[in-house]
Design a protein around this ligand. Structure first.
Ligand code: ZN
Length: 240
């Protein structure tokens, strides 16, 4: 059995703005950090290609490089097969009859975190870090604080461990997430996340906008753009 390291963390790292900020947050706190991504047949699979360059850019910003360990990618093709959603099918993004966005992949975060815990168990990592958020979220019930707290209890009972699920973005909106990145790694980290992370549901990276790459019209792009505008509006004015 692996020995649990009190200072070891596994970051669920999709390649998006939120998980990139979480990676910096973890590198700032834990002596040993590993990353995990999932290939579940998402339409925006391009986010998987963004992961390693973004990871390297973040780690290179300070002495974080020495703390960054292995990257893992788990294939969950079966999740895409059982999910009839706009994230895993070529259908228009909108709202389902129950009021939830049709980009909601049922159970996705429950499954991701359970797999993450299984990997952390093997790797001897105690801390699981995920960028879920209740403040600025898209209405996904598996991003709620209560869901994550219940899941931590279930995982710890089911695996007989004492994992800690960290959600540093839970009560931050997208503008506050940019401010957290600035606090952790300054303007260079903000720029790395702006230019190298991926949020667009449609996988569009053809244009680099002020707020990053994306189609500019899908819900993920709209959320990211609005957050960037609020973040910039709150910045002190630069030199004339
Ligand atoms: Zn988009």
């Amino acid at each position: 059995m692996s020995t649990i390291a009190d200072d070891g963390a596994l970051v669920l790292f999709s390649g998006g703005q939120d998980s990139a900020t979480c990676l910096a947050w973890a590198l700032d706190r834990f002596a040993r950090v590993e990353t995990l991504g999932f290939d579940y047949g998402q339409r925006h699979r391009i986010e998987l290609a963004c992961r390693l360059p973004l990871r390297a850019a973040i780690a290179g910003l300070s002495d974080w490089r020495a703390r960054l360990g292995e990257d893992h990618v788990i294939s969950l093709a079966s999740l895409g097969e059982v999910s009839e959603t706009a994230l895993t099918r070529d259908t228009a993004i909108g709202f389902a009859a129950d009021g939830l966005p049709n980009t909601f992949v049922p159970g996705r975060n429950l499954i991701f975190l359970t797999f993450a815990a299984a990997l952390a168990y093997r790797r001897g990592l105690r801390h699981l870090v995920t960028g879920v958020c209740e403040t600025d979220y898209s209405g996904y019930p598996d991003c709620r604080d209560d869901t994550l707290k219940a899941l931590q209890v279930a995982i710890n009972l089911g695996m007989d461990r004492r994992f800690v699920l960290h959600t540093p973005l839970m009560w931050r909106d997208k503008a506050a997430t940019w401010r957290l990145a600035e606090k952790l790694g300054g303007a260079r980290l903000v720029e790395a996340i702006r230019a190298d992370s991926h949020s667009c549901y449609l996988g569009d990276r053809s244009v680099l906008h002020a707020w990053g790459h994306g189609c500019g019209t899908c819900p993920a792009c709209e959320l990211r753009q609005a957050g960037w505008m609020r973040y910039c509006a709150a910045l002190p004015p630069g030199p004339a």
